[in-house]
Design a protein around this ligand. Structure first.
Ligand SMILES: [Zn+2]
Length: 713
């Protein structure tokens, strides 16, 4: 799912039911794990993790055995209070006999793990530092490595013997070893960095306990810039060395967002420092590991890309989780609203701070419309349903908070949030805990609210609409104009004037063009292109299916608009409509890369290859470049687009086909799925079938197996 520039897949899938079953014996807290010191050495060459974890725990009451989750690990040595002991290993958990003496003990485990998930070893193409967004001539290696982790939904016990249950909060201090030259980033404050046999040992210190799904590390080639919040919290912003010029647009407004959230939430940021790290082929848009957010490098953008795609919302969302989710953590998936609804809502508030009210209400209106449609078609879900989809947890969850604020008033709302966070700091919470605090501060009975907003599957659309109309004047106008336009109305001069001359914000006008664009006469479209800001013109570019002669020069004027989405759209539509001018259009955008998925460059290469008399001496290098982007060290969105274009022009060769076979096992399921689908499509064509047959000889055993598996009915 994709809300404009927000990738939906960023978010985790709540599968916590299972978790609470796993460690139920320890839920009664007969044993309390307090602190972990873990030495971790990941190895890129054999994709293994070697480690030694030392836990301090309190035995509160007598029990037979103590367990830790440990997936597919071998243990070299296990010690209790410094003495070697026996253990059982089920490949899911390691168990030891509990000591007889109550009180404080120390458990040390030396182990090796070969993680099938949770730890990801990635090849990364190193872009040369670009003075501007221009395609580099060398698209082949050098490339470097990244190792990163994703705990939530994937289980930290795949690389660290630990407790997957969110209800056990532990203070984790990590020491991580990596090859010289690489940077290590993990939870907490870097206290020391030492050299050992040519490797770097990085020591991190956390001040407070957290659930194990929030433990994380990243190893890679990074530079950083350190800024500070107004309250003095150090904020480290990481970036690949080649992306120094993208640092500012990528992290734009970070300090504003941070300061705003501290002020709005009413209690200081709970951790000792904050870091953000962009990594390649990340599973979601971002993950709020405690004090160490990891996000997709698809959000690393330049200034031009900012209008079409930016990190601001994800930035604020993951930061809000540092309070909602990390400091106070749900007891189980039934209370997931307390994480995602809150992070989404506070991210919207933070965006309102930098982008203004109209942007805020427009976004809320968009999500309300989606939720309303879903609810009308019997797709509505209760927020207390642990299996609800992300739209429910995130967007309905945000709406539930917006309406709670409306119901009890801003003063009580803020007071309640503060009281709730203070009371449950570094502990686990339920929805009932939260509502009790809100009832206390407001003096209101929230039973009806709970039923309507949290337990009902319906989305209260009428109430929401009334709220929007009351809160935002332009939205009220928008609804009024919408009512005057029927399905058959031609958007003539007079109707357009109504739309253009009042104070409707940009986003609303865009929406009108998306809905009614095909009913606006060309002469008026021409005026719109000439006289409106970039994002409204862009809507025209996206809406017009084929450029008529009358709009040719208007479209040509948009070819150099400062938006990669506009450039991509306009280049294709002009190239398609006016074959005689193809060379001129291509010349204008030669070298432009575009968004992080290289949208402009990949289209440009494809069109250049299709325009056979265009730069004949460069045709081979165009092809090599496009084909080269299918390699595994490019990020998956670039590869996905390159595969599609190459298939469309029937130009996949053995190299790119082999890359496609490899992509069929990619850890990002959407990419894996699209790659598998494309292989089947190719196999359905006679030429493609022959090509795949011939390719089989050149594949490794594993690749052959993959191909067979993909093609088996
Ligand atoms: Zn989230």
């Amino acid at each position: 799912m994709n809300f404009e520039n927000r990738l939906r897949m960023r978010y985790l899938f709540p599968v916590f039911l299972l978790l609470s079953l796993l460690c139920s014996s320890q839920r009664q807290k007969s044993v309390d794990f307090i602190k972990a010191d873990a030495n971790i050495t990941p190895s890129f060459s054999d994709k293994m993790v070697k480690g030694r974890a030392t836990y301090e725990f309190d035995l509160v009451s007598r029990m037979d055995s103590i367990f830790l989750d440990a997936a597919n690990m071998t243990f070299e040595r296990v010690e209790l209070n410094g003495r070697k002991i026996k253990y059982s290993n089920s490949n899911q958990r390691i168990g030891i006999k509990a000591p007889r003496k109550l009180g404080n003990h120390q458990l040390s485990l030396s182990y090796t793990a070969k993680p099938k998930q949770t730890v990801y070893f990635i090849d990364v193409h190193d872009e040369a530092d670009q003075s501007e967004n221009v395609a580099s001539n060398s698209f082949s290696p050098p490339y470097s490595h990244q190792v990163w982790t994703q705990g939530q939904g994937k289980y930290t016990s795949h690389w660290l013997p630990s407790i997957d249950d969110m209800n056990d909060k532990i203070e984790f201090d990590f020491t991580i070893t990596a090859d010289k030259g690489y940077t290590v980033i993990s939870n907490g404050r870097l206290t020391d960095k030492t050299m050992d046999n040519g490797s770097g040992k990085w020591h991190f210190d956390m001040n407070h306990p957290m659930s194990s799904y929030l433990a994380a590390f990243v190893i890679g080639n990074f530079d950083k810039k350190v800024i500070q919040s107004s309250s003095g919290v150090p904020i480290e912003l990481y970036y690949a060395p080649g992306d120094s010029l993208k640092m500012e647009p990528t992290y734009r407004y970070t300090q504003e967002l941070f300061d705003f959230l501290e002020e709005e939430i009413g209690i200081p940021y709970p951790w000792q420092n904050y870091k953000q790290v962009p990594v390649q082929d990340f599973l979601y848009a971002g993950m709020e590991n405690t004090s160490c957010t990891v996000f997709s490098n698809q959000y690393v953008i330049d200034s031009i890309a900012f209008v079409d795609k930016n990190y601001v919302n994800v930035n604020a969302h993951e930061l809000a989780h540092q309070w909602f989710g990390n400091m106070v953590t749900e007891v189980s998936g039934k209370h997931h609203w307390l994480h995602e609804g809150f992070a989404t809502y506070y991210a919207y508030l933070a965006e309102k701070e930098v982008f203004g009210e109209d942007h805020f209400y427009w976004k809320l209106y968009q999500t309300a419309k989606t939720l309303h449609n879903l609810s009308e078609n019997e797709g509505g879900e209760a927020l207390t349903d642990p299996n609800a989809n992300s739209l429910t947890f995130y967007e309905k969850g945000a709406w539930a908070l917006a309406m709670l604020r409306e119901e009890i008033g801003e003063v009580a709302f803020k007071k309640g949030i503060k009281a709730y966070l203070e009371k449950y700091a570094f502990r686990n919470v339920t929805i009932a805990n939260f509502l009790a605090e809100m009832e206390k501060v407001s003096g209101l009975d929230l039973t009806d609210y709970r039923e309507k907003w949290l337990e009902s599957e319906e989305f209260p659309w009428q109430e929401v609409k009334a709220h929007l109309k009351k809160a935002n004047k332009p939205l009220k106008l928008f609804f009024e104009i919408k009512n005057t336009v029927t399905d058959t109305t031609i958007m003539d001069e007079q109707k357009l004037a109504l739309l253009w001359e009042n104070e409707i914000p940009e986003e609303f006008k865009r929406q009108f063009i998306f809905i009614y664009g095909n009913r606006i006469p060309d002469s008026n479209l021409s005026e719109i292109i000439a006289n409106t800001p970039l994002r409204i013109r862009q809507a025209v570019a996206l809406t017009v299916p084929k450029v008529p002669k009358e709009l040719q020069s208007d479209f040509e004027s948009m070819l150099t608009d400062q938006s990669y989405l506009t450039q991509e759209t306009v280049l294709f539509k002009l190239w398609d409509a006016f074959p005689k001018n193809r060379a001129a259009y291509l010349d204008q955008l030669d070298g432009v890369v575009g968004l992080p998925n290289k949208n402009v460059r990949l289209l440009w290469l494809t069109l250049a290859l299709l325009s056979q008399d265009y730069e004949p001496e460069r045709q081979k290098s165009f092809y090599d470049e496009l084909n080269g982007y299918t390699a595994s060290h490019f990020n998956f969105e670039v590869r996905q687009l390159a595969f599609q274009y190459l298939h469309q022009i029937r130009a996949l060769n053995d190299v790119s086909l082999r890359n496609l076979v490899q992509a069929c096992n990619h850890h990002i399921w959407q990419f894996k799925k699209s790659s598998r689908k494309l292989i089947r499509k190719i196999n359905a064509l006679q030429d493609g079938k022959n090509q795949l047959l011939a390719l089989r000889e050149k594949l490794s055993e594993k690749e052959r197996k993959t191909l067979k598996n993909v093609l088996s009915p």
